[in-house]
Design a protein around this ligand. Structure first.
Ligand code: HEM
Length: 535
């Protein structure tokens, strides 16, 4: 491949300003006062009491006392890297997003891979979903594509996310088990939530134990919109395909590695980048019209469904290379704040009800995790595009705003920026004619076709791995009724799998779970022509 673009990987140079390297310099306090002795506290005599006026000791200890911040409420364990995105061809017919404007255009990125359920210090090789979050520092603001390594999700509506996570996390009385998918509460919840069947197939498959972050696909999961300069919108799904191919561990390897090297995936990513073996992914899109979407048997607003590639082919639009390790884990990987609401002109949301919750959740949680509303000023989060608005103050403000005013409308001037009109982000004007309701559209009620599609797409060996995973995880479940419910759900996706799991657990095959839809829509097989990406 091409040589890695040098110099574009430090968030466009904005991090250069704050990179500290005091090797060999005199040690100082935080006030810049040189410290004479960093080994001994100030005492009233060599065997006497320590003195309160020892501001050097007190500052050192006080700062240490506050070193920890809350870990992420989910995705606490992660590993990051810098790199760049390179656009293949202008996508102007579909999107005005500036990162897709020219062939060869380079946009700096920071990426964080993560597990979902484990704590910050948990093992890398747990059976779990992996986060795949990309921050594009585009010249028109930051775009965060906060995805996973599986293309679907457990639930269809954000209303259930806190319940899902409470069921997945260790049980509240004794804080066990750390293994998300091996306990009563988890299987209880998913067995009462048949919409999770498709995701369970992925989670019990080898996809849930990736060999390397470098060998993992990424997915935006939701249907998003591209919007072009004429204001026309196209639905889009995002896929990252690793140049090294998609590879997994097998369960026995994962179990052994968990003990021998809990940092297995983190170490692999770090060492590959240190040695110049820069990992690379191709960004592909599935672009389709609203009319096409209406004809699908599933709803494209339902995050438990993929758009099969037989219906809409993947089209490569660019590549991403990770070519620099962070200088400091805390400052970069821990303090980075991704948010599903961070979009740029040319990219917009759909009404996926899961996405709606995410648009709210990220900045909200980060206000707690990162201590106030100004974490967008942290170097790793700061956009390369200029930030100028009338938001003021708050804990730990860095910017020193000049002038007398911070309001609009404003006839006095004095430091105010002005709204950009059509030059700014304009939300896609989707027509709305609706009653306020809770509930879901009819197509959201079919839960098994794509679970079957996934299981049937696996090789024989992979299918045996899925069955073994269900058996192992369910063998940890102590409530027979919960096991029965899971197997009864599986019968709707694969009789073969359900039978194998039941047999492994030494139980009778239960009745199949009643389907929410009496007659399930037939999945399509027709191939639609690819939409033209370029003008
Ligand atoms: C992290 C909420 C669904 C991918 C997080 C965090 C929260 C959250 C609160 C921690 C953020 C932080 O402290 O910085 C939610 C909610 C969801 C949801 C409310 C559904 C309603 C999803 C889905 C995906 C996803 C569907 C994948 C498409 C991620 C990733 C991270 C994350 C990758 C880690 C980001 C990082 O590396 O810092 N989510 N999430 N989440 N979420 Fe979600």
């Amino acid at each position: 491949g091409k040589p890695a673009a040098p110099g574009v990987n430090a968030a466009g140079g904005s991090l250069e300003r704050v990179r500290a390297d005091p090797e060999g310099q005199p040690l100082t306090t935080n006030q810049g006062v040189r410290v004479s002795d960093n080994q001994n506290s100030l005492k009233a005599g060599l065997r006497g009491a320590a003195l309160l006026k020892d501001f050097v000791l007190r500052e050192k200890i006080t700062h240490f006392d506050h070193e920890r911040i809350p870990e992420r409420v989910v995705h606490a364990r992660g590993s990051g890297a810098h790199g760049y995105f390179e656009c293949y061809e202008p996508l102007s017919s579909l999107t005005q997003a500036s990162l897709f404007a020219e062939a060869g255009k380079i946009t700096p990125v920071f990426v964080r891979f993560s597990t979902v359920a484990g704590e910050r210090g948990s093992k890398d090789t747990a059976r779990d979903v992996r986060g795949f979050a990309v921050k594009f520092y585009t010249d028109e603001g930051n775009w965060d594509l906060v995805g996973n390594n599986m293309p679907v999700f457990f639930i269809q509506d954000a209303m259930k996310f806190p319940d899902l996570v409470h069921a997945v996390k260790p049980e509240p009385h004794h804080a066990m088990p750390q293994a998300a998918s091996a306990h009563d509460t988890y299987w209880d919840f998913v067995s009462l939530m048949p919409e999770s069947t498709h995701m369970l197939m992925w989670q019990m498959s080898d996809r849930a134990i990736p060999r390397s972050f470098r060998m993992m696909q990424g997915f935006g999961v939701h249907t998003f919109r591209f919007v072009n300069a004429q204001g026309e919108s196209t639905f889009v799904k995002f896929h990252w395909n690793p140049k090294l191919g998609t590879h997994s561990l097998v369960w026995d390897e994962a179990v052994k590695i968990s003990g021998a090297d809990p940092d297995y995936n983190r170490r692999d990513l770090w060492e590959a980048i240190e040695s110049g073996a820069y990992p690379e992914w191709e960004l592909c899109v599935q672009a389709f019209t609203e009319e096409q979407a209406e004809a699908f048997s599933f709803d494209v607003l339902d995050a438990t469904k993929i758009v099969p590639e037989e219906l809409v082919p993947l089209q490569p639009v660019g590549r991403m290379v990770l070519n620099r390790n962070p200088d400091n884990f805390f400052a970069e990987t821990e303090q980075v704040a991704f948010c599903a609401a961070h979009v740029v002109p040319g990219i917009d949301f759909t009404n996926d009800p899961l996405l709606a919750g995410r648009i709210h959740s990220y900045v909200d949680t980060q206000i707690t995790r990162l201590g106030g509303p100004n974490f967008h000023e942290l170097p790793i989060n700061a956009p390369l595009a200029p930030v100028q608005n009338n938001q003021r103050d708050g804990m730990h403000r860095q910017a020193i705003h000049r002038g007398r005013s911070s309001y609009e409308p404003n006839s006095l001037g004095g430091g105010c920026p002005h709204q950009a009109g059509t030059q700014g982000f304009v939300s896609f004007p989707e027509p709305i004619h609706a009653d306020e309701v809770r509930g879901k559209p009819e197509k959201f009620a079919e839960h098994y076709n794509q679970a079957a599609l996934f299981y049937n797409s696996q090789t024989e060996a992979e299918q045996r791995h899925i069955a073994a995973a269900f058996r192992f995880e369910l063998s940890k479940v102590t409530v027979p009724a919960v096991r029965r419910r899971v197997v009864s759900m599986l019968r709707n996706a694969s009789e073969e799998l359900a039978a194998e799991v039941a047999q492994g657990l030494g139980m009778e095959l239960p009745e199949a779970m009643p389907r929410a839809l009496a007659k399930t829509p037939k999945p399509e097989v027709e191939v639609s022509p690819a939409l033209s990406l370029t003008a």
